[in-house]
Design a protein around this ligand. Structure first.
Ligand code: NAI
Length: 340
């Protein structure tokens, strides 16, 4: 049997954590044949809850789950890990803006970036789920620099990607497996730009572009992007309003999809959305953690090049870029660093 992968989930006593740990443990991410040790981190006041989750995972009697460790300090959490799902953060509550949370949360990610540098494997791959996810990932990568390359850091926009794909499928009268190449550009926030102009839908007549499959170009530019409840940008806020809690089951599934594709690769001709450090593609400032369309092979992501962006797309991408630059500067200030 190969050495087990050590997989860390932070915020494991929280609501996303509760859905996420089972999906990872039963093989949805790394496959049913891959042995795994799950390391669960939460803050000390949550130790008993964490232990409850640990007991439940043991009781799931999963053949490839070779160990479950429940810990409340960063050294034990980050030592020798292969993958980190950084979920733990202060969650957004009804009526709360993401920016309110920024200062508190980036400090957590500064500390975890340092812990990654001190204790994790240099090959560790990281997904940040905790909000503001892109900026937290930026800070985490910054404080792990020198030990772990920045391209090993990512933030999750896969939930938005999945929401967008599901909405296109619903409108097109197909199942979501027949929709590919939707793109989320930018920040995991209400400024993100869900873009279907390169998406394809397989109908009984064959593969067509999403605009003709949906048959409502106006809806794709308006309701699809920002109309509450139907759609992508505001979907998270609507779920909070209805459930009084933020998306958890769908967020956990999306985190699994993100790391699954990073680990296994994307199928030929398919791209997915992932917030990764910009290399300057599409004019996005270098280093900003920005959601791009990516393809993945052999554990390495590549930003899809050469997609045409019309004026509408460029305008939307400029808005989300501006927000990310502002968040970056606020985050650096909160960490006591000067602006870039
Ligand atoms: P939750 O409040 O149920 O769980 C968060 C857990 O993190 C709690 O158990 C808390 O004790 C723990 N925690 C806080 N500080 C920590 C630290 N320094 N180290 C380790 N654990 C710590 O929240 P929930 O619903 O699970 O959401 C978690 C995060 O995910 C939130 O920031 C939320 O906004 C974000 N989120 C991101 C999405 C995305 O698409 N990127 C989608 C949905 C949620």
């Amino acid at each position: 049997m190969a050495a087990p992968l050590r997989v860390l989930v932070t915020g494991a006593a929280g609501q996303i954590g509760y859905s996420l740990v089972l999906q990872i443990a039963k093989g949805d991410v790394f496959g049913k044949e891959t042995p795994i040790v799950l390391v669960l981190l939460d803050i000390p006041p949550m130790a008993a809850v964490l232990e409850g989750v640990q007991f439940e995972l043991t009781d799931c009697a999963l053949a490839n789950l070779t160990g479950v460790e429940a810990v409340t300090n960063e050294k034990d959490a980050f030592t020798n890990i292969d993958y980190a799902f950084l979920v733990g953060a202060m969650p957004r509550k009804e009526g709360m803006e993401r920016k309110d949370l920024l200062a508190a949360n980036v400090r957590i990610f500064k500390s975890q970036g340092k812990a990654l540098a001190d204790f994790a494997k240099p090959t560790t791959k990281v997904i940040v789920v905790g909000n503001p996810a892109n900026t937290n990932a930026f800070i985490c990568a910054k404080y792990a620099a020198g030990k772990i390359p920045s391209r090993n850091f990512s933030a999750m926009t896969r939930l938005d990607h999945n929401r967008a794909s599901a909405q296109v499928a619903l409108k097109s009268g197909v199942t979501v497996g027949n929709v590919k190449n939707v793109i989320i550009w930018g920040n995991h926030s209400s400024t993100q730009f869900p873009d279907v102009s390169h998406a394809k839908v397989t109908k009984s007549s064959g593969e067509v572009d999403a605009v003709s499959a949906v048959g409502d170009a106006e809806w794709l530019k308006t309701g699809f992007i920002s109309l509450p409840s139907q759609t992508v940008q505001k979907r998270g806020a609507v779920i909070i309003e209805k459930r009084k809690l933020s998306s958890a089951m769908s967020a956990a599934k999306a985190a699994c999809d993100h790391i699954h594709d990073w680990y296994k690769g994307t199928p030929e001709g398919v791209f997915v959305s992932m917030a990764v450090p910009s290399d300057g593609s599409y004019g996005i400032p270098e280093g900003l953690i920005f959601s791009f369309p990516v393809t993945i092979a052999n554990g390495e992501w590549k930003i899809v090049q050469g997609l045409e962006l019309n004026d509408f797309a460029q305008e939307k991408i400029a808005v989300t870029t501006k927000e990310l630059l502002e968040e970056r500067d606020e985050a650096l200030a909160a960490c006591g660093e000067s602006k870039q």
